[in-house]
Design a protein around this ligand. Sequence first.
Ligand code: F6R
Length: 591
Amino acid sequence: MCGIAGYIGFRRADEVIISALKRLEYRGYDSWGVAVRHENEIRLIKRMGAIGDEKTYSVAEGNAGIGHTRWATHGKPSEINAHPHTDCSGKIAVVHNGIISNFQSLKEELESRGHVFSSETDTEVISHLIEEFYKGDLREAVEKTIGRLKGSYALVVMHAEKDELVAARYKSPLVLGVGDDELIIASDVPAILDYTSRVVYLEDGDLLVLMKGDFEIFSDGRKVNRKVETIPWSIEDAEKGGYEHFMLKEIHEIPRVIEDTLFEYLSDDIEIDISFAAGVSEVTFIACGTSYHASLIGKHLIEKLAGIPVRVEFASEFIYHQPPMHRTLAIAITQSGETADTLEAMRIAKKLGARTLAIVNVLGSTATRIADHVLYTRAGPEISVAATKSFIAQLIVLYLVALKLSGMTKSEMEGLLDELRIMPELVKGVLEHEDEIRAIAEKLSDYGNMMYIGRGIGVPIAMEGALKMKEISYIHAEAYPAGELKHGPFALLGERTPVIASLTPDETYEIMLGNIKEVKARESIVVAVTGHDDAEVEKYVDHVIRVPRTDALFTAVTHSVALQLLAYHTAKARGCEIDKPRNLAKSVTVE
Ligand code: F6R
């Protein structure tokens, strides 16, 4: 998730902007840049990597400027692709968050009229469009430009000839800080709090003009008033959006992450070119940890929907198997794109003749360079060590890949696609039950052991639920297919071992109730995760976590979000650190 900062006032703009960008570092970025208006010129710096010591940078003297931290989405991380982007004249500079979905056609159109592009980004079309529309009035040019854009944007624009910034927002956040004789615009509140705690949250469709000491907001061409609010938070609270931990913030971001990932690959139809998989007779997933659990769900989906046999390998173990893979599609799933075992397994799969596809969250990461084909999840940077939103984004891509591989016609898959489209709402329906989940978590927090069970797609859901619980709450949690309990794990059950059961609305439901009865006979407390419409379950269990009803295939999303919240609140009740669990790292770059 990129960060934006813009300043107009009485201080040196470069100093304010660089310190504001540092306040946005928690969002993650791979490169950054700043533009300042100086003597009717735009002065720019762009750099790769972290800002580091802000005192070592001086762009130019000037009291108006814009800056950006970039999390690459279109075009690899590089100085050229870093923002701000300028037009052909170098007089207009733009910073942008979001994705311009029609940038390719706009770029071709602009090139045909002689515009020369220097970057691979979608953003650069904005500066060139503004150049075409600019007739001395920047607001008018920006207004006309956004009329041509499809997708999402928060953007801030400046022109070399005037101390003025123009900003616009649609589906990407922007907030204005209102100080005494100074204004600062940013993608999030922490960038502002060093200067003022008075803010205006812009709404979708708003266009904002920032002048020295004053600002105006327009919506649908008409001037509007927006409330000035006072932020009661410290900078640290603000980084977490008011949530106590990044993990909780990231869980609450899931509806938006699903929207962004669907936006990338699903319009009228699934926009994934799967031609590289033509003729493959099997699929092998390679991954670690949570991404391994996403792979197990991918196996379930591909076998069920596409009828293609699927193997799932721990990347660290695949290294020792090395099966022939001439007609295999090897799918590596990795949030970071840097997990050493996954990278090594990908290299081996290629050597063995597999075609490779990587499902990755970090653009330009090593996995994207090894794989023949890449599909990006749009989770944005994940700060908490425990994967939450990135896991759900992986699942969304897997639903689309499985449906695409199935060869179903559009009308055959329409019912499932409709359900996928309402998934952000369904997840909001899970989040609405957070208070009930917290109450159950508090009851569980005194136990030292837990068992997670499921059947069918419920098994990987249980495995991921148990992993979340153990890594952040330090409670020993195991996951088993419910049918396996009687082959050993029953010996562990009893009143000190709660059992968390995932009940899915399919052929496994009745037999799961039977397994729960067996568990109750061993005196374990049972918590069931099940649909709102499940009228039976109360008779069998101690606590119920209700989630919106979906086709069983999609319970992987709804149940997993509920289990993420359960783990979070259990860990919180135990006073655990949560965002940085002991002994764990976000990116595991050693084998
Ligand atoms: C658990 C978790 C880890 C990662 C694993 C793989 O919450 O985050 O298990 O899933 O280390 O990481 P990536 O997906 O980056 O390859």
